[in-house]
Design a binder for this molecule. Structure first.
Ligand SMILES: O=C(O)C(=O)CO
Length: 270
């Protein structure tokens, strides 16, 4: 069975953020991920992790003006200084939370700029950032995201993400492979797991039911089969990453809605 991490930005929506750590541990999770820690002092989050015996496995670098609709800065010409400040802040939090990986969102494509210019900026920024991450022994991740959920997002496909990682040429830059986005954009998910996990360039997996982004036992993907493929390929190639449960509980923000929806995980645990 893969190692599953609770995504605290989406799971336990009925609870205040800091109370979600406790809830995840009670549900048997040993790792957590979420979008952003920056509203809280790192020491306060570290205390929650420690009190619950949880590992921080992933969070995101500052994405620009999230409330104004921005979704990352990495491909945006003219925002390089802000990008670098965000990476420095993220790496400080990663050190305080003992988190081995940070997701760096690409950004939305501004109108009037060529893809070539965005790609050159993206590679330039990522090369600098991955060099900073290397100094701290942590990985930065880039994630292809579907444009139904995030119209205009620059990075959408696994092959593009792997080409970027190759072009950057830094071992501390890896791909965050979200099977939910992968199914929506590309399909053939099991074969893509077989293709990409053994490359050593996948730093993290994420899952959700497709198309509604609810529990993985809902929708068109049959996750027990995919978990078997992940287990088989991991055993063969030595992949030992986490699988983030990044879905919205179908029952929403009702008390125990997330826990009630974890039947898929209880079934795996036996
Ligand atoms: O929207 C997603 O899938 C993300 O992981 C954003 O970080």
């Amino acid at each position: 069975m893969p190692r599953f991490a609770a995504n605290l930005s989406m799971l336990y929506p009925e609870l205040a953020f800091l109370d979600r750590f406790d809830a995840a541990a009670k549900d048997g999770f040993e790792g957590v991920e979420y979008l952003f820690p920056y509203d809280f002092p790192a020491a306060e989050i570290a205390a929650r992790l420690q009190a619950n015996g949880l590992q921080q496995v992933l969070f995101n670098a500052p994405p620009g003006h999230w409330e104004a609709g921005e979704r990352g800065l990495a491909c945006l010409p003219g925002r390089e200084n802000e990008f670098r400040e965000g990476i420095a802040r993220a790496l400080d939090y990663a050190a305080a939370l003992d988190c081995p990986r940070v997701h760096v969102m690409a950004g939305l494509m501004p109108s009037g700029l060529s893809r070539e210019m965005l790609e050159a900026t993206y590679i330039h920024n990522l090369r600098w950032a991955a060099g900073e991450a290397r100094k701290t022994g942590r990985d930065l991740l880039i994630e292809p995201i579907n444009t139904r959920d995030m119209p205009g997002f620059f990075l959408n496909r696994q092959d593009h993400a792997h080409a970027i990682v190759a072009a950057v040429g830094e071992p501390h830059l890896k791909v965050q492979m979200d099977l939910y986005h992968c199914q929506i954009v590309e399909g053939d998910v099991a074969m893509k797991v077989r293709e990409y996990l053994p490359t050593g360039r996948v730093g993290h997996l994420q899952i959700a039911g497709v198309p509604t982004r609810n529990e993985p036992d809902m929708g068109e993907l049959y996750h027990p089969y995919l978990f078997g493929v992940i287990d088989e390929v991991s055993a063969a190639c030595g992949w030992d990453g986490w699988v983030g449960c990044e879905y919205r509980p179908a029952r929403g923000a009702v008390v125990n809605g997330t826990t009630d929806g974890l039947g898929w995980l209880r079934a795996l645990r036996g």
